[in-house]
Structure formats: structure tokens, C-alpha cells
Design a protein around this ligand. Structure first.
Ligand code: NAD
Ligand code: UD1
Length: 336
């Protein structure tokens, strides 16, 4: 019988794409989401893509009663924990909410898992735990730090998992440090859909392309990078989703924990991203140079070799594919 995987935050951007890949790989999947940063329509879209009903619990990871119900009613083999608050700027204004949702949410989940004898969890971490990187590409054993409350919560969660793993050999955790997710599903039915003005580059460019925003502000052109603008490792969300399938499979099969980067190993500048998006959408995109954004690093890209060695993971989709699928998604979204 297929293993059942619980996805907290499974209606979100990365969770929804991971749902599709898990179902395609033969897993039964249960979603728990409070829809604080996603729309219920995502579930209908997932039913269209996967061709089968989706099992959803609407609830909060901070609510022990709903966690209890999920673990009593479903025979969960492993959990992938996406549910979190993720806006860096907002995390400075609302540290209590961020620490509560991100850190207490994880601890609640671990308590429920322990009670029900479930010991496998994949955790959504971030390249933000590397702070200002000392070496490029960034290996997993690089020093960890944080520059904002959001980063603090991810670091504390990683450390929490390390403490728990050390307490009992039955626990196995897959800590996945995502670089910069981009793109959307090939169907154009799911993708990133931020409620407010986006903070991140790709969704911002997408809204300039659809005409919802006038121009991109390029945050700094005087970094020590080839064209002076910030360099990041953008990874297609479908590649990222496949990385979760490989991680959860490795946890179930081997019972060994792993911590890996999920990136491509290649860095692209802000202006390169803009040019690539112009090719995808077929028109020029307005931009102006603005001051550097506080807390930004000049360049960040992954050493992806450990994920390849341990999980067999390798990103397959390129920048053109990220921009093409993003454009397909946002132009459909605007017309619906
Ligand atoms: P998202 O906001 O699209 O998805 C998160 C989902 O969790 C949403 O559907 C939201 O409704 C749900 N959620 C939030 N709080 C909840 C709660 N208390 N209980 C139940 N559900 C709750 O975000 P995403 O981009 O898909 O990110 C998923 C995970 O990956 C997060 O943990 C995020 O911190 C991490 N991450 C994201 C990025 C990125 O750039 N998108 C980069 C690194 C790490
Ligand atoms: C940001 C977060 C990081 C988080 C990551 C999630 C900050 C300081 N860091 O990282 O903690 O883990 O998102 O994906 O917010 N840019 C512009 N104009 C814009 C937006 C961005 O020029 O309107 C530039 C940035 O300066 C940067 C690059 O684009 O050089 C990428 O920015 P972004 O998408 O926000 O990602 P990160 O900075 O990597």
C-alpha cells in the first residue's frame, strides 16, 4: 500500500507543486492548511492536475486538536512541513507572530508526531540561514547566522530538529535549504500568487510584465558582481518539488537524516532575470536603479553536489523555463 504523506502548508506555492509530484510518484497525500496565504481554489486546481480528489484538513498547525485529528484519522508515514510565515520585512514588525507560527508550529507538529509514532519529517529551510556567505558556491557546512527575524526562525527550527534527532535515533529529518524558487506548473493552473505588492524579484517582475506594476526597482547596481546587480540561484519550483519527493523517499527508506541545499549552482543577476523575462513575455520591461535593500547580500548560489550525492537530486529546468512558465501562469491568472 502507498505511504501517506502529510503536507502542512500544502496549498501554498511550493506545497502545491510538491503535492503534484508526490501523487505522480505514487504517494497518498493529505494537506493541512489554514489558507492564510493561499486560496481554496488551489485545491480544485490540484484535483484537475492530479485527476483525483484531494484530501484537505482546513486548520492551523498551532491547533493541537486538528493535528490530533489528522494523525488519528490518517495513517501518516512522514510529514513535509511547509506551513510558515515568510515575508522578511513583515517578520521585523511581527516577531511574535513569526516565532509563534514558525517555531511553535514546528514544535506542536513534532509533539503530535511523537505521540503517534511518526518520526520522519522534511523541513522547509532556506539559504537565508547562511547570512552573508563567506564562500561561493555555498556548501552545507558553511557557518549559519541570521540577519532578520524570519531567518532567525529558520535557524531555530533547524537547531530544534538537531536537538530532537540527538534525543532518539528513531527520528529522521530532511532539512532542505531552498535557494530562490521561481516559475510555475506547466499547466498554468498553479503558481506563486502573492496577495500584496511582492517583496521578491520574480513575482515583482511578473507583475511589471502583466502591467499591474509600472517598473522594477533594481536594488543596487554597485555590488561586486559582473553587472553590479545582486546575483541569486533561481530554481524552478517543479525541480524543487521533485527534491521533496526524493528527500521523503530517502527518509522512509534509510531512516537517516540529511541537510542539503536545493539550488542549481548557477547564479543570475537581477538584470539577467529581467532580460530573460522580457524574452518570455515578448515586450520590454521598465526598470530604474534604486538604492541597495538593507540586509541584501551581493551574491548567493548553492553548491548542489551534496543533494546530488545523497538524494540523486539535480535541477533540470533552466531560466527560460522559469520565466516561460511564470509568464504562462500570471497571464492566465490575470485573465480569469
Ligand atoms: P506560501 O505562503 O505560498 O505557503 C505556505 C502555506 O502555509 C500557505 O498555503 C499558508 O496558507 C499555509 N500556512 C501558513 N501558516 C499556517 C498555519 N499556521 N497553519 C497551517 N497552514 C499555514 O509559501 P511558500 O513559498 O510555498 O513557502 C513554503 C515554505 O518554504 C515556508 O516554510 C517558507 O518559509 C519556505 N521557504 C520559501 C522560500 C520562497 O522563496 N518561497 C524560500 C525558502 C524557504
Ligand atoms: C529574500 C529574503 C530571504 C528569503 C528569500 C526567499 C531579504 C533581505 N531576503 O532573499 O531571507 O529567504 O527572499 O526567497 O528579503 N531585487 C530587486 N528588486 C526587487 C526585488 C528584489 O532588485 O523589487 C533584487 C534583490 O536585491 C536581490 C534579488 O533581486 O539581489 C533577489 O531578491 P529576492 O527575490 O527578494 O530574494 P533574496 O534577496 O535572495
Amino acid at each position: 500500500m502507498a505511504d501517506t504523506i502529510l503536507l502542512t502548508g500544502g496549498a501554498g506555492y511550493i506545497g502545491s507543486h510538491t503535492y503534484v509530484e508526490l501523487v505522480a510518484a505514487g504517494y497518498d497525500v493529505v494537506i493541512l492548511d489554514n489558507f492564510s496565504n493561499s486560496r481554496p481554489e488551489v485545491i480544485d486546481r490540484l484535483e484537475v492536475i492530479s485527476g483525483a480528489p484531494v484530501t484537505v484538513y482546513t486548520g492551523d498547525v498551532l491547533d493541537p486538536a486538528v493535528l490530533e485529528r489528522v494523525f488519528v484519522e490518517r495513517n501518516i508515514a512522514a510529514v513535509i512541513h511547509f506551513a510558515a510565515l515568510k515575508a522578511v520585512g513583515e517578520s521585523a514588525e511581527k516577531p511574535i507572530e513569526y516565532i509563534q507560527t514558525n517555531v511553535s508550529g514546528l514544535v506542536n507538529l513534532l509533539a503530535a508526531m511523537k505521540k503517534h509514532g511518526v518520526h520522519r519529517l522534511v523541513f522547509s529551510s532556506s539559504a537565508t540561514v547562511y547570512g552573508e556567505p563567506e564562500t561561493l558556491p555555498i556548501p552545507e557546512d558553511a557557518p549559519r547566522s541570521y540577519t532578520n527575524t524570519y531567518g532567525f526562525t529558520k535557524l531555530v527550527c533547524e537547531q530544534t530538529l538537531e536537538q530532537v534527532a540527538a534525543s532518539d535515533p528513531r527520528w529522521a529529518f530532511g532539512t532542505l535549504r531552498y535557494f530562490n524558487p521561481a516559475g510555475a506548473h506547466d499547466t498554468g493552473l498553479i503558481g506563486e500568487d502573492p496577495n500584496d505588492i511582492p517583496n521578491n524579484l520574480m513575482p515583482y517582475i511578473a507583475k511589471v510584465a502583466t502591467g499591474e506594476l509600472e517598473r522594477l526597482s533594481v536594488f543596487g547596481n554597485d555590488y561586486e558582481t559582473p553587472d553590479g546587480t545582486g546575483v541569486r540561484d533561481y530554481i524552478h519550483v517543479v525541480d524543487l518539488a521533485r527534491g521533496h519527493v526524493q528527500s521523503v523517499r530517502a527518509l522512509i527508506e534509510s531512516g537517516e537524516s540529511h541537510t542539503v541545499n536545493l539550488g542549481t549552482g548557477k547564479g543570475y543577476s537581477v538584470l539577467e532575470m529581467l532580460k530573460s523575462y522580457e524574452s518570455a513575455c515578448g515586450h520590454e520591461l521598465a526598470y530604474s536603479i534604486a538604492p541597495r535593500r538593507a540586509g541584501d547580500v551581493a551574491a548567493s548560489f548553492a553548491d548542489p553536489s551534496k543533494a546530488h550525492a545523497i538524494l540523486g537530486f539535480q535541477a533540470e529546468r533552466d531560466l527560460d523555463d522559469m520565466c516561460r512558465t511564470s509568464w504562462n501562469w500570471v497571464s492566465r491568472l490575470k485573465n480569469t
